[in-house]
Write a protein that binds this ligand. Structure first.
Ligand code: IMP
Length: 199
């Protein structure tokens, strides 16, 4: 059997990798940087999703051969002026501490009647240290006032996507992966890869 082409996701977030692997199907072998101990830690010093996604994709593709895909994503809440935005993963104080991030979001949203929010995702494909294309996806929704559901990660227990009454964490992976910001950006990535062919 011919070997599948490889797509390396520039993340150590196992949830992101699992979602991308589930959505991409069997046309690529999806790995992430946890399979490549030689990968450096990339500081996310950008102030936009695109800047951070570019830093990650270019940085990892300098040491890993073939296509590298990065995902920079976050939650924008209207009543908070777009926060936490690019700083979503450290909103509660420590990087990647989802319970603390959710606690802070609940606190900041106390008494706010405008609950509108969206998840935004920007993906960059890079090879040999250079970004070749970027893709984005968003999903509109609203923030509720208590955690609900056990699936997904991050702010999923507090976010109800438009057209639904359950949070992403209650809807589960199947529904989330059909309409999320990541799904929408990834559909464009898959289309691009189909037309440019794996290298
Ligand atoms: P990044 O790893 O720097 O892109 O930060 C992404 C952060 O945004 C995560 O740590 C979560 O806080 C939030 N986030 C991004 N995508 C999702 C999602 O699909 N569900 C819930 N939270 C998300």
């Amino acid at each position: 059997m011919p070997e599948l082409p490889r797509l390396v996701v520039a993340t150590r977030n196992a949830h992101k990798t699992a979602e991308i692997r589930a959505m991409i199907g069997d046309s690529f072998e999806v790995l992430d940087v946890s399979s490549f101990p030689e990968c450096p830690h990339i500081e996310e010093t950008g102030t936009t999703f695109l800047e951070n996604a570019t830093l990650k994709a270019e940085g990892i593709s300098r040491v890993v051969a073939g296509w590298v895909l990065s995902d920079d994503s976050g939650l924008e809440v209207d009543a908070l002026g777009g926060a936490p935005g690019v700083w979503s993963s450290s909103y509660g104080g420590d990087e990647g501490n989802h319970p603390r991030n959710n606690e802070r979001l609940l606190r900041e949203m106390e008494g706010k009647s405008d609950r509108r929010a969206r998840f935004r995702c920007t993906m960059v494909l890079a090879r040999e240290g250079l970004a070749e294309a970027d893709f984005s996806g968003t999903v509109e929704g609203r923030i509720i006032d208590a955690l609900r559901g056990g699936a997904g990660f991050g702010y999923d227990p507090l976010f109800i996507p438009e057209g639904h009454e359950l949070t992403f964490a209650e809807l589960g992976d199947g529904v989330k992966n059909s309409l999320s910001h990541r799904a929408r950006a990834l559909a464009k990535v898959i289309d691009f890869l189909k037309h440019s062919g794996p290298k």
